[in-house]
Design a protein around this ligand. Sequence first.
Ligand SMILES: *Cc1c(COP(=O)(O)O)cnc(C)c1O
Length: 374
Amino acid sequence: MSVPLLDLMAQYASIRPEIEAAIRRVLETQQFILGPEVDAFEREIAVCCGVRHAIGVSSGTDALLVCLMALDIGPGDEVITSPFSFFATAGTIARLGARPVFVDIDADSFNIGAAAVRGALTDRTRAIVPVHLYGRVADMASLNRLARQANVPVIEDAAQAIGATDAEGRIAGTTGNAACFSFFPTKNLGAAGDAGLVTSDDPDFAEKVRLLRVHGGERRYFHRFVGGNFRVDALQAAVLRVKLPHLPAWSAARRRNAAYYRERLAEAGLDDVVTAPADVPGHIYHQFVIRAQRRDELRDWLAAQGVGSEVYYPLPLHLQECFAALGHAPGDFPNAEAAAREVLALPIYPELTRSQLDCVVERITAFYHGPRNA
Ligand SMILES: *Cc1c(COP(=O)(O)O)cnc(C)c1O
């Protein structure tokens, strides 16, 4: 049996006629840029996310970029964020000439917390960008409290956390000043290409993002701001409208898979070598990420056995070559560096069968305890 890390064909097979009809609908109108599909998508996803304003954009990266642009962030400014995330979280800050100020993650949530952020606030801090890594929402209650005290906006990088909720049951993307989502095909809600979203309850901020999305002009050829082409394609909006109603069931299936893994890993007696993610309510398991001893060997072994896995992320952002000028060295953020050495994402997608999940646990057990115990 082989178990891929992700099988997008399995999802497509379950919704093929709806997807094809949606794409045909757009083709029949030849309206590819903004228009009714995008309007409808934005209305529908705003309801799902429980936010007033949703603005479809070209990618999760551009969602981050346009939010920072809407805050006029630029040279001389600092933005506090996580060193343990996808590159775009910090890349967008640097692209605007601002400085990404990293603070270490908490070892068990993989997210940044208020205590670390407090220590990094300066009079140049212009925003805080927490990441809801792997689909687990950061401790937004304390981060927001701190941000309010410091009078600094919070932009949630919710690219991996659509539909996730925090400890108080509040939906990712509704508690900060604005949030960024990605519909990269492998995300929990994936488009048929690149797409992203900005959400906010602040009408002025939302309006500015809408303008920046179309080169900063209300009327075509008249420009209030220097923006960009950050529009979501109508074709992507149509595909996402089909998938959106399925998302709650897909998230529930991911949670079921996570619970089953946790149970089976505990039974396998691997506690001394493998740590499963904590069981927190509201986690939507964009990834199910274990910490594993001899992680790289385990990954090679699983690959040889037909089990897909991935390391998100092997090198923390503060140690990336492109950020050498920030002057960081190994040891600056020990939790992020340990995570980079130890994490391994296992297959968790909704369509996995019980026997596939069993197979993954058996292969892991065989690696540590020998095939007899598998
Ligand atoms: C995927 C992702 C992004 C970027 O989204 P794209 O749509 O690929 O541009 C940003 N931040 C995080 C945490 C992500 O996982």
